[in-house]
Design a protein around this ligand. Structure first.
Ligand code: SAM
Length: 219
């Protein structure tokens, strides 16, 4: 009858709390985005709790199934592929449903790419705007950036390595030659943090094939 929102590492398997490990051992079931990925984590920590998939394309059907199990008195942990469930991933739906049905929703905090990135950015952190993943269409990206830019705060978003160059060009059109930080593959072997003004960063990235996971921050 409880849903535990358990944060897991964003790369380095050692970045997990003792409490998260205990909860993952104790619950009846772990709902995760990619069972192969979560199994790696569980194997590393010798945890044998059953897994079920809960991801973007089955989230509506799976929310019904998980809600039924909660009604039967089961304890379920929700984890995402990386970081904190519910931040720019399908977690929101089951969390909202569990709350509206009166189940206990328990946070088990830990890493999130957003917080990990912003604290090493060197950009102001006393207030920031998180945009999640930007929309795909240029006009919509521009609108989001214009609105966020008006607040005068650090703007943070997630981006795919295939779109970053194009997106940084749009950021330049909207926000000019602002400060930018690209945080890539945080906590992993090829971790890289590129800081500078936007024009220099665009030039630096132009000739490169960008790989891995990225958080972009501007001010
Ligand atoms: N729930 C997750 C969290 O708490 O950060 C985010 C899930 S979202 C689907 C995945 C995105 O997070 C990636 O596309 C990337 O933008 C960012 N991300 C995840 N791991 C990362 C890492 N190790 N380094 C940089 N960005 C990362």
């Amino acid at each position: 009858m409880s849903l535990y929102i358990v944060s897991t590492p964003i790369g380095n398997l050692e970045d997990i709390s003792l409490r998260a490990l205990r909860i993952l051992k104790e619950v009846d079931l772990i709902a995760c985005e990619d069972t192969r990925r979560t199994r790696k984590l569980l194997t590393y920590y010798n945890i044998h709790t059953p897994l079920t998939s809960y991801y973007q394309h089955n989230r509506v059907r799976k929310t019904q199934v998980l809600s039924k199990l909660l009604k039967e008195g089961k304890k379920i942990a929700l984890v995402s592929d990386a970081g904190t469930p519910g931040i720019s991933d399908p977690g929101f739906l089951i969390i909202d449903r569990a709350i509206s049905e009166g189940f206990e929703v328990v946070p088990v905090p830990g890493p999130s790419a957003l917080i990990t990135a912003i604290v090493v950015s060197g950009l102001p952190t006393n207030g920031f705007v998180f945009l999640g993943f930007l929309p795909r269409k240029k006009g919509k990206i521009r609108k989001e950036l214009e609105k966020a830019g008006l607040l005068g705060k650090t703007v943070v978003f997630y981006e795919s390595p295939f779109r970053i160059q194009n997106t940084l060009d749009i950021v330049h059109e909207v926000l000019g030659n602002c400060r930018v930080v690209v945080a890539r593959e945080l906590t992993k072997k090829f971790e890289e943090i590129i800081r500078g003004n936007l024009e220099d960063v665009i030039t630096e990235l132009k000739g490169r094939k960008i790989k891995g996971e990225l958080v972009i921050m501007t001010f």
